[in-house]
Design a protein. Structure first.
Length: 276
């Protein structure tokens, strides 16, 4: 009997939906594993690669152990007669425009409706924080009346998403050949609930949901200059915030060699491709 190619034939055997009912307990088990004690100073494994997108002048991909994945692209400088709503750092400098978008499938559980007011507001706040962290690292004075554009796409949110976006966007700008004082390295922290809750470096998504305070630090390690301190919360004395800041700066210094090596590898690949 000839096959009917106009139809998509299903499997010959099927299983009742009740067979997969036990899988509903997996997220809870993952949360219980995330709730287990860990070293507050431990860094999640970081993978970074620059120069992936041929359509952009500069690009970078950063992935953190636990599922956080961010892809960034950079363009410019471009002539800009209008600042596009972004105020320049100096009267004769250029403008840095940042965009932060969250993929609809980025997070677990309930998803925002694409284009909803809550989603637009969250992306607008993240883009503003990204620009605040990156502006001190870019030599905007070298690009008078020009526009530099950075677009960050959060593919998967496993925690510490803004910190990963800061590092990826900084790599993308450097990969585009933009003059910079140094790479901006981002590191996130959160404080566990309870009177004796400790600050955790690079928290996961479950740890961030349970946290009572959050902090994201951006650092220019070669200059030892803080470019941004973002966060908020309650229930922490001033000494605890100072301790969290020191912990975040130490994490940025430890992440810096990984980002720098990824940028050097991208430059070597580009030189090898040009010589071939």
């Amino acid at each position: 009997m000839p096959l009917d190619h106009r139809r998509v034939r299903g499997p010959e055997e099927s299983q009742p939906p009740a067979l997969w009912a036990a899988a509903a307990g997996l997220p809870d088990e993952e949360e219980e594993e995330d709730a287990s004690p860990r070293d507050p100073c431990a860094l999640r494994p970081l993978f970074a690669r620059a120069g992936l997108l041929s359509q952009a002048e500069g690009s970078a991909y950063v992935e953190l152990g636990g599922g956080t994945k961010v892809l960034c692209a950079a363009w410019g400088p471009r002539e800009a007669a209008e600042p596009g709503g972004a105020a320049p750092v100096t009267g004769v400098g250029g403008w840095l425009l940042c965009e932060f978008r969250r993929a609809p499938f980025a997070g677990r559980g309930a998803r925002w409706r694409p284009g909803s007011a809550a989603e637009r507001e969250a992306e607008r706040e993240a883009a503003s924080a990204l620009r605040e962290a990156l502006e001190p690292a870019v030599r905007l004075i070298r690009y008078p009346r020009a526009r530099l554009t950075v677009s960050a796409l959060l593919l998967q949110d496993g925690g510490s998403a803004l910190a990963a976006a800061i590092s990826a966007a900084s790599l993308a700008l450097a990969d585009a050949g933009v003059e910079m004082y140094d790479l901006a390295v981002g590191c996130a922290l959160c404080r566990a609930p309870g009177p004796a809750g400790a600050w955790l470096l690079q928290p996961g998504e479950a740890e961030e949901r349970r946290a009572v305070a959050h902090l994201t630090v951006a650092l220019l390690p070669a200059l030892n200059q803080v470019s941004a301190v973002l966060g908020g919360g309650q229930g922490s004395p001033p000494d605890a915030w100072a301790q969290a800041l020191r912990l975040g700066l130490d994490g940025c210094h430890r992440l810096y060699p990984v980002l720098r090596q990824s940028l050097l590898r991208a430059a070597r690949r580009r030189d090898a491709a040009a010589a071939a």
